[in-house]
Design a protein around this ligand. Sequence first.
Ligand code: SAM
Ligand code: ZN
Ligand code: ZN
Length: 195
Amino acid sequence: MPWGVGDKIMLHPAVKLKKSLIQGSGLIAVKKIPKGTILWRLGNSDRIYSPQEYKKFSKKYRKLLDKYSYIDDFDRFVYCTDNAKYWNHSCNPNSSSLQAVDMEIAIKDIQPREEITFDYALVMGDDETMRCCCGAKNCRKVIKKIDEDSMLCKRLRKQVVNVVKYLGKVEQPLLTAEDICPCGSGKKYKKCHGK
Ligand SMILES: C[S@@+](CC[C@H](N)C(=O)[O-])C[C@H]1O[C@@H](n2cnc3c(N)ncnc32)[C@H](O)[C@@H]1O
Ligand SMILES: [Zn+2]
Ligand SMILES: [Zn+2]
């Protein structure tokens, strides 16, 4: 069966919260996860705030959101209430976000005990910077938001395009037949890559 067990799981069951190899806590694979697997999807319990709402929050809650939320394509703060908020950054990531569908996909085959990472540059606020200690050979050391026209952004987007073809070929515990296909076609998964 090309699709999974239900639409209630938001974080892949083989992704667990553990001590990070990069900083603090992080998400670690406990089984091999092939490229093209959806690792996370936005759920009903996750919270989304406009910039106006963010400004009205207490300093304490804003600080929490600064650390644990990401900025989506509509400049909203997305705060995951589950372990997904512990997703660390790497300059050589093994996952990336799918535009317009609020999902994260494995862009490489992920081995057991490997940390699941993505490139924060795609989801940072305009004035945000982060000192990086990912340890990758190509580490940029200081991470900030990137321009959609930059080479880096094009490279990161291409990594996703290259693995979309595997969507229907791997187990997808987070997808149901009735879901909109993560590829962005607008069709149902069962009528698109999940056929
Ligand atoms: C969304 S949280 C990730 C979970 C965090 N590791 C923890 O234990 O709470 C984002 C924060 O993790 C840290 N972090 C994530 N990736 C990092 C990296 N590559 N280098 C240094 N710090 C990182 C930074 O402090 C960042 O503000
Ligand atoms: Zn780095
Ligand atoms: Zn599709």
